[in-house]
Design a protein around this ligand. Structure first.
Ligand code: SF4
Length: 356
């Protein structure tokens, strides 16, 4: 008899055999590769930013990229052990998607785990085989039209990939979810993920016009969580064996993104940066006085490797070095404590005057 396991307060409610892509996503080990914003669908609940959706742009995590080299650079900087390929619909740009998968496998090795999201509308048998040959490990279908879920069977029969369905938990959609789970069960699908329906700037008007309300924490649609839990109970009662995983929206923001930022911070922080508990990085900027004595002291501190020229007229140092710098270079400039996201270039969060 299958059991619901896991704990909701840990951001997980699941049954055995969670998809490998989710296992790596949980501790922030996956880079998110947005292959293209192009998509043949127009889902009213689509949370993708309108700066990206329907635009042929590429991002890795928060960084806009334009080449394979930049993709490798950003994945390396993030210290990731895998990637999720998303969009838009990545299969709207099949050649690019195949090229990126092959490149990631050749640079980071076979064990670098890659999963991909698609509606399935472009997933022909030939393309699914090519994805498998390129090294894709896992494919998740979000069937936006009736019948698209059948692409699961095509993938299962013709490839060695792990194959599942991933859909949002639209309030009141228990029966639809149950029909997808029954189908997956009948064809031997590997997993089903249901995401709590998120509210974003991109979908808030469409959701509101359909009468959906935001939940108490603001970023989710009221009733989505309850629908998913009801569906899971129904699946359990019916003896459906396919593993089902519920992913709360808060988990994505508070745990997964934070972990990913921490990994990025730790693998890419500069010598003068401190990685904070929330994954941001901080450093101290010194705006120097141009007197002869100060120039001399600051140049000594540079030679000692305590402060670093920014190349723009000011100096940078580690927050732990403030006391020493103040002692040696008292009155030689103003100090600012800066905090930023560990993106490249750094995305400033705050800059506070610490005094001279
Ligand atoms: S298929 Fe995905 S990316 Fe495309 S409109 Fe629907 S939710 Fe958005």
């Amino acid at each position: 008899m299958l059991r619901l396991i896991g704990r909701e307060d840990r951001g997980l409610l699941t049954r055995p055999s969670m998809a490998r892509g989710c296992e790596l996503c949980f501790p922030g080990q996956k880079s998110v590769i947005f292959i293209t914003g192009l998509c043949g669908d127009s889902c009213y609940y689509c949370p993708v930013s309108r700066h990206r959706l329907y635009h042929d742009v590429m991002y890795v995590n928060e960084r806009k990229v334009g080449s394979l080299e930049e993709i490798v650079e950003e994945v390396t900087r993030s210290g990731s052990t895998g990637a999720s390929i998303t969009g838009g619909d990545p299969l709207a740009k099949p050649e690019r998607t195949l090229e990126v998968i092959m490149m990631l496998k050749s640079v980071f090795g076979e064990s670098f785990h890659i999963h991909l999201y698609t509606s399935g509308r472009y997933a022909t048998q030939g393309l699914l085989k090519s994805l498998d040959n390129a090294g894709l490990d896992e494919i998740r279908f979000h069937p936006t039209l009736p019948g698209l879920e059948k692409r699961v069977e095509t993938a299962l029969r013709n490839t060695s990939m792990r194959v599942g369905i991933e859909v949002p938990g639209i309030p009141g959609s228990e029966n639809w979810l149950l029909s997808l789970a029954r189908y997956l069960d009948s064809v031997g699908g590997h997993f089903m993920n249901v995401n709590e329906l998120e509210v974003s700037e991109a979908n808030i008007n469409q959701l509101a016009s359909r009468g959906f309300k935001t939940g108490p924490v603001g970023v989710v649609v009221k009733g989505s969580r309850e629908t998913i839990l009801r569906f899971m109970e129904m699946a359990l009662e019916e003896g459906i064996r396919v593993p089902i995983h519920y992913c709360p929206a808060s988990f994505k923001d508070s745990i997964q993104t934070r972990f990913r930022m921490m990994r990025t911070g730790w693998s890419s922080h500069k010598i003068y940066e401190r990685v904070e508990d929330d994954g941001t990085v901080s450093w101290v900027e010194i705006t120097p006085q141009q007197t002869g004595k100060c120039r001399e002291v600051l140049s000594e501190l540079v030679d000692e490797g305590i402060i670093f020229p920014s190349g723009k007229g000011w100096f940078l140092t580690h927050p732990e070095a403030i006391g020493y710098v103040r002692e040696r270079a008292s009155g030689c400039g103003e100090l600012f404590l800066v905090r930023a996201h560990p993106t490249e270039p750094r995305l400033l969060i705050e800059k506070n005057l610490l005094g001279p």
